[in-house]
Structures are given as C-alpha cells and as structure tokens.
Design a protein around this ligand. Structure first.
Ligand SMILES: NC(=O)c1ccc[n+]([C@@H]2O[C@H](COP(=O)([O-])OP(=O)(O)OC[C@H]3O[C@@H](n4cnc5c(N)ncnc54)[C@H](O)[C@@H]3O)[C@@H](O)[C@H]2O)c1
Length: 431
C-alpha cells in the first residue's frame, strides 16, 4: 500500500514554524510543505525557496490564505499567541486538520471556542504540548500507567527557565508584556501545568492557589554603576552584568554562532546586523529598563480529587535552560526525573532502584534529527502527521479537550495569584 503523504501549510514561518517544517526534509515520504502564510517578506521568501512552494500558495497574511480554496490536509499555526484564536477558528471551519502552537489562546473564552470548533468540524487537532512527546516523558508516563508507582499522591515539579533565556524572551522579547501575549505562567509553564495534569491521569483538580511576582527585572534593581544607560552598547557596567546583550548576542555571533537566540534578533546573522539590532532594536535594551511586566518567579499548589496534591515552581534565575525536575510519589514507589535523560524509580516492596535513560533508547534515535525540546518537536509533528495518515485522533496525546483542561488550570492559578484566594477550576469551567 502506498503511504499517504500529508500536505501542510505553515502559518507563521518564524522560529517554531521553521522547526516543524523541517520534518518534511527528514521524512519526505510522510509530509510535504505545500504552502506558507508569513508576514515578513524575508521569511516568506526563505520558505518558498526551501520547500519549492508555488508562488500562488505563498501568502503575506493568514487572511489571504483563509480567503483561498482549501489546498492541503493540514495547517501548522505558529504565529504569536494573541492571533491563535482567530486563525484556528477560520482554519477549523475550512476543515483543515490543525497543529496549533501553545498557548491555545490568551483568554479562556477563546480556548473554549477553539475546542468547540475542532469538535464541530471533526478535524484532527493537536496543541503543541511538546513535552508529552519527548522520549523522557513518554517513558515516564509509561511507568505511571504501568501501575509501578501505585496510586500517585503527590507531584513536585520545577521549571528552571534559564537566566538569560528569561531576559531574552520575557524581559526584552515577545513574551515580556502580558498585553502582547499572556502572563508568564501561561506562556512559559502551560507545558508544566499540562504535564502535571497528564501525570495525574484524569484526576480532576479541585483547588488551586498561587503566588508570584516580577521580583528582579525592574528599574529599582538596576545596578547603580549602569547609571543612565538604557542600552548595553552604551553601558559602563555592561562587563559586570550577566544580562548584557553584548554577551548574549554579539560575542557568540563573533565566535561564529548563528542559532537561537541570535537568529531571533535579526533576519541575517552577521556582526553588522547583530550590532545594529543591539543599537536600535528591543534586544539591546538594558534588562532593567524594559517595559516588561510578567512574573519571574511563581509557585502553584494544586489539590486533586482523592486527596492528591501537586506543586509547580517557575523560576527565572537558573543555570539550566528550560530544564524540568520532577518527583512523583506513589503508594508503591517514588520516581525522580531529571527532565533530561535519567528516570529513577524506587520500588517500596522489593526495595530495588531502577534507572532508565530514555534518550539512549533505540526507538527514539530518529527524534534527535529535529532540534528542540528534548525530542518533543520531532515527537509532536510525527504523531500529528501519523494521526492524519491513519485518520486516528488517538495517536495525538494533546487533543483539544485535554489541552483545554490544562489551560483552565493555568487561568485558575493566575486568578488565584491576582485575587489572593483559593480558586476551584470548576468555577471557571466544569471540565
Ligand atoms: N511549543 C513550544 O514549546 C513553544 C516554544 C516557543 C514558542 N511557542 C509558541 O509558538 C508561537 C510562535 O513563536 P515563535 O517563537 O516561532 O515566534 P516568531 O516571532 O519567531 O514567529 C511568528 C511568525 O508569525 C508571523 N506572523 C505574524 N503575523 C502574521 C500574519 N498575520 N500572517 C502570517 N504570519 C504572521 C511573524 O512574521 C513571525 O515570523 C507562539 O505562540 C509561541 O508562544 C511554543
């Protein structure tokens, strides 16, 4: 039998859209990029050239694509957060299968609308909760589902964001201002809330409380020696500052680096363009002189039915970059995850410790052909494509209903933080 090749259109060919597109090069028998909608000309042209996309299928805006006849099996929506809802609704109603970047949308009402549109149109739909697809968490979840830990009573989960990652994305970058995207628990840790939801295997969260602040990246914490400088290029203190934009972008570029985060600040990475971006663009601003307002540290407490609990800590001030650490406590065993390549399980009955290294397993070899999220980027796009090939939504692990549940918990946590009250997610939505 000849296998179906899934045709996709990428909407928003920035960082995320480009990564998912590469799957077409790794598995050309399974996926082909046949169209693109991208507002920036250089990116649009790059996609057209890279994937040999006909000019009539290259659009400057997703609205032009929405106005055209349907010409592919699926769309990948990887524009910025506030645009997700409008695009997802339009594409769902055109019966495109959809891979939607997280967060689903920036209001709960919009998340619900997207879920309803996916159901109404009977499409294959997945939210990019990429961690559900990494070798690490795939194996971890298998252990939970095997019953080896017994009944899960508590999960402790920490996300180390990374000090300069935070300054790049959440102080100077796209996710610095809540009004431009959403609060940081949503834009950064929706993945982590989603993991906790997934680990709890269907148990309903009954209560949530949360505390969090923007503690550090604000004007009153600007080192005195930085004086009135508003850009690192003009700052006397720059050599002593870990958040120096010269250290984060220019010096690595001088060493020949071209990847993230340097590629984000300019279309063409060379010394001249990076220098100009630091002199004139948002990424050259002093990290204490930005208009950022999202939390740099936050904790969330969850109570689940059956007297189960979980805690989540989101913290900017870490050496690790986007590394999660998790401890899961069950009635029959305890699991420790380094979020990367080691899962340790202690069995209470046999008193035996078992250690596994998921990234070394043969079955996941392919996953590292696509850079990103510990193999999760490869995992999600390959599962999405397979679910279309086999017309089987159950191949997806992050369908709209489960994703919606994680979003409800995240909105409830933020409501708790803002109102200083304990919030029942069911008050937001009975899910
Ligand atoms: N799953 C994850 O772990 C993960 C990680 C990072 C980012 N994200 C999410 O992915 C999404 C994209 O993030 P990114 O880092 O790729 O951003 P990006 O800025 O690199 O890419 C977004 C692209 O959308 C384009 N665009 C904007 N308006 C458009 C329009 N009207 N029509 C067509 N294109 C348009 C922009 O020009 C840009 O190229 C965001 O929602 C973000 O929150 C998810």
């Amino acid at each position: 039998m000849v296998q179906k090749q899934v045709s996709v259109i990428v909407i928003g060919a920035g960082n995320r859209g480009s990564i998912y597109s590469k799957y077409a090069k790794i598995c050309p028998d399974k996926m082909k990029v046949v169209g693109v909608a991208e507002a920036r000309e250089a990116r649009l042209n790059r996609m057209v050239a890279e994937y040999d996309i006909p000019q009539e299928h290259a659009f400057k805006s997703w609205k032009d694509l929405a106005a055209a006849e349907k010409f592919a099996d699926a769309v990948i929506i990887s524009t910025l957060d506030p645009t997700h809802c409008e695009i997802a609704l339009a594409m769902a109603d055109k019966k495109y299968n959809i891979l939607l970047e997280k967060p689903m949308a920036v209001t709960l009402e919009d998340c619900i609308k997207i879920h309803e549109a996916a159901e109404r149109n009977g499409i294959i739909f997945a939210v990019c909760h990429v961690l559900r697809y990494t070798p690490h968490y795939t194996e971890l979840k298998k252990i939970i589902d095997s019953g080896a830990l017994g009944e899960i009573y508590n999960v402790q989960h920490v996300e180390d964001i990374g000090n300069t990652h935070f300054s790049h994305s959440f102080v100077r970058g796209n996710w610095a201002l809540e009004q431009d995207s959403s609060f940081s628990l949503m834009t950064k840790c929706i993945h982590d809330v989603d993991l906790i939801n997934w680990f709890m295997s269907g148990a309903k969260c009954t209560k949530i409380s949360s505390f969090g602040h923007l503690s550090h990246f604000k004007k009153e914490n600007k080192p005195a020696a930085a004086k009135s400088a508003t850009r690192c290029m003009d700052c006397d203190y720059e050599r002593s500052c870990p958040y120096s934009a010269k250290k984060i972008y220019l010096e690595p570029a001088e060493q020949g680096e071209t990847g993230w985060p340097i590629e984000v600040i300019t279309n063409v990475v060379d010394i001249e363009n990076v220098t100009k971006a630091l002199e004139e663009g948002p990424y050259g601003r002093c990290a204490y002189e930005c208009d950022n307002d999202v939390c740099d540290n936050q904790v969330v407490n969850f109570e689940f039915e059956g007297g189960k609990t979980a805690t989540l800590t989101m913290i900017a001030f870490t050496k690790n970059l986007c590394v999660r650490k998790t401890r899961i406590y069950g009635s029959l065993g305890e699991l420790v995850s380094d979020g990367d390549n080691e899962i340790t399980v202690f069995d209470f009955l046999s008193k035996k410790t078992t250690v596994i290294h998921p990234n070394d397993m043969e079955e996941y070899k392919m996953y590292y052909n696509l850079y990103g999220h510990g193999g999760g980027d490869f995992g999600i796009i390959s599962h999405f494509v397979d679910s279309i090939i086999h017309n089987d939504p159950s191949i997806n692990r992050s369908g709209s209903l489960d994703a919606l549940k994680s979003h409800v918990y995240t909105f409830a946590a933020e409501q708790s933080r803002l109102t200083e009250t304990i919030v029942s997610p069911s008050k937001l939505m009975n899910i």
